[in-house]
Design a protein around this ligand. Sequence first.
Ligand SMILES: [Mn+2]
Length: 443
Amino acid sequence: MNKEKIDFHKSRREEFAKLIGDDSIALIFGNTHINRSYDANYSFKQHKNFYYLTGFREPDSVLMLSNSGIRYYDYETKKEVVSKEILFVQEKDSKKETWTGIRLGAENVKKTLGINDAKENFDLPDFLSYNLFKGYKKVYFNFADALALTGDIKEFTTQFFDGLRSLAPSVQLIDSSYILGKMRRRKAPYELKMMQQAADLSADAFNETMKKIKPGMNEYQVQASLEYYYKNGGSSDNAYPPICASGNHANILHYELNNDTLKKDELILIDSGAEYEYYCADITRTYPISGKFTKEQKDVYEIVLRANKQCIQKAREGVKLDELKNYSEKILTDGMISKGILKNRKSFKKYTIHGVSHHIGLDTHDAVPYKLNKDLDDRLVTGDVITIEPGLYFPFGSKEIPKKYWGTGVRIEDDVVIGKNGCLNLTKKAVKEIDEIEKLMQQ
Ligand SMILES: [Mn+2]
């Protein structure tokens, strides 16, 4: 890891330790492999909160943190040691490494990750019984993730829970995800750099893929093209399963089948993004399959594009997410009325369906807990990264809507960084103006 990355994760551990306060200890469990079928696992993905604090991607790892210090007896020096952070990792094992890859090993943690102290993960129960019960009042850990663990690491968590019950029944157990969710909200300069990379990679993939789209192609080929450009550009994964929804499929918000043939008079809605260094991009564009919008498609597209651009104009520190949503809905509704698509304003929600924004970062839908606490309302602050994604959806059978619009679904989504007097659009490279789309597609 380079110095910038090491320093970033270190600063996150320091902040977290400060926030949990003295007399507290935190145990953050990373993920373990998840079995896919028989002898094969799903490709490993580290838990994002654990990653946020460590930058470490190996399975079966646990981070222990305490502002007031973790004590243990060092058998080599025969002395008690006090440490503020310890990373527990898989032991070096040449036989296993031949099959599943090189393990960092405890002795390399300090140099590679900048974490002061490291042990092998099977030492964890001993550390717990030596420590937990020496005056700590609170234990923070990721409940849901710890309980979902399987395999070897489950042994350690089971022993941990048993130890708690018998040795420290009055210790207060607190879920760490609330504090970490709050911390993850404001992005640091290092994170914004990674997010810009993810956004650039994704925007390039959209622009290149758009040029290849033509009638007769299949939705999965559109997906294959996006994924080719993601991987080829250095992304390790999709941020989420790509949605390549042609025609009426666009009206299913999380359509994932991606196996229909593209038809010449239809649109294709593509909602996808690459992950880069575990940071996500989330872009939606809607293109005419023939390379040219029909009159009706243009009607709908222009309304959504206006809502997208005006919300980006409006987004800045102090604006509430709810205000942004109402603003978007007003533009969409005014647009539908003025184009004669909708007669009764009151039923707009049937066609706008979803909200206009969510936080994004290490997760595509970043777990920012602003709804849970009044000290964290939905007013935007500098350093927030959110999506702006208005859409209009007219599935077949929409009784109030003229038939010529049925089967049309349009969404246009960008990712923006909130600043004091405006926002920075990370995904502006992904072409969205009608004339530019038509020009590129007809090349
Ligand atoms: Mn989104």
